[in-house]
Design a binder for this molecule. Structure first.
Ligand SMILES: Cc1ncc(C[n+]2csc(CCOP(=O)(O)OP(=O)(O)O)c2C)c(N)n1
Ligand SMILES: [Mg+2]
Length: 331
């Protein structure tokens, strides 16, 4: 894997514009989701992905519809980057009919199998073991496609993650592990609960190729993920991408994160992936009015999703007993 740019200069601007559109949509969705929770429209939890948008965006830029992603509790960004409808997602958060799971899943269970979104997951790190299972299925069935497993730095201290690494490497499965290292596990700084050398060293022990990058630069993510996905797609086995970033808000939307130093938070917000992409685009000659238009379109799309969700019907009571368990295909 080289440090050479993968995309010719003339295509770069379009690529970054397209990725900025996705990052904006994620950011605006998260702002609206946080507000909806405060306004009492969302029952359950909302874990905002704000600040981390470049990672889902840069990685999913390389995925096709037949590829899969699995996610964790902070999963809205992964779903949006994989192409899930923000209108359906908002309905899901609001518990309404027409949501991705007809309102029965909520924020931590957003899934859309038709688009390869295997689901958010509240159990750390069970999205990863599911991803490895999906990769095993692809390999056994001889189907094309790769699986990307997104998880946080907190997951690096959970045992099932290491079972997943072991299994994936043993069978050289088509899976990319993406660790989004925002430095925190709920209220703890992950480094304070992690023994030994940096956690990425543990992954190297499995013989899995690793790379550590700045996750707040969407172009850096896009390039590194592109190279790793190429490796995985070629059948050469799993890779591990470690991307550093910062979680702008509390662990949950109603966590005020008083355990964090305000100076650190301000510094984290300054290192803004959206702003970095906009600055880069402006340096390439993209006008500020074009950037404003892009922002307005994204805000309008999210506002429409909120209005639609507010007006959507509640699920019928009887639907609580449907679609809640998949007993498998009939023989
Ligand atoms: C098995 C299990 N143990 C504990 C929890 C409680 N919990 C929720 S999120 C989390 C860690 C979050 O840190 P990280 O994985 O870094 O993700 P981040 O929230 O930073 O995105 C924990 C311990 C859980 N959901 N599942
Ligand atoms: Mg974390």
């Amino acid at each position: 894997m080289s440090d050479q740019p993968r995309v010719p200069a003339d295509q770069k601007t379009d690529t970054v514009l397209s990725m900025l559109r996705t990052m904006r949509l994620i950011r605006d969705f998260e702002e609206a989701a946080g507000k909806a929770l405060q306004d009492g429209h969302v029952r359950g939890s909302v874990h905002q992905y704000t600040g981390q948008e470049a990672i889902a965006t840069g990685v999913c830029h390389h995925l096709q519809q037949h590829d899969f992603v699995s996610s964790h509790h902070r999963g809205h960004g992964h779903a949006i980057a994989k192409g899930v409808s923000v209108a359906k997602m908002m309905r899901e958060l609001f518990g309404r009919q027409g949501g991705t799971s007809d309102g029965k899943g909520g924020s931590m269970h957003i899934a859309d199998f038709s688009l390869g979104m295997l689901g958010a997951n509240g159990v750390v790190p069970d999205g990863v073991t599911i991803a490895v299972g999906a990769a095993q299925a692809l390999k056994m069935q001889g189907r094309p496609g790769v699986v990307v497993a997104f998880f946080g730095d907190g997951a690096m201290n959970r045992g099932p993650l290491f079972e997943a690494f072991n299994w994936a490497k043993l069978f050289d499965l088509p899976v990319l592990f993406v660790c989004e290292d925002n430095g925190y596990s709920v209220t703890l700084q992950t480094r304070n609960v992690t023994a030994g050398p940096p956690a990425i060293e543990r992954v190297k022990a499995f013989g899995i190729p690793t790379r550590s990058i700045n996750g707040n630069n969407v172009q850096t993510v896009e390039q590194a993920a592109g190279e790793m996905i190429e490796h995985v797609r070629a059948g050469s086995g799993p890779c591990f991408l470690h991307a550093t970033t910062y979680r702008w808000y509390g662990h949950l939307a109603h966590d005020k994160a008083l355990y964090r130093d305000p100076v650190e938070v301000a510094q984290g917000k300054k290192d803004d992936c959206v702003l970095h992409a906009e600055n880069w685009l402006q340096a390439q000659g993209v006008s500020s009015s074009q950037l404003l238009q892009l922002r307005d379109e994204s805000l309008a799309q999210v506002a429409a999703a909120v209005d639609e969700a507010l007006g959507a019907p509640w699920p019928e009571a009887g639907s609580a007993f449907t679609d809640v368990q998949d007993l498998g295909a009939t023989p």
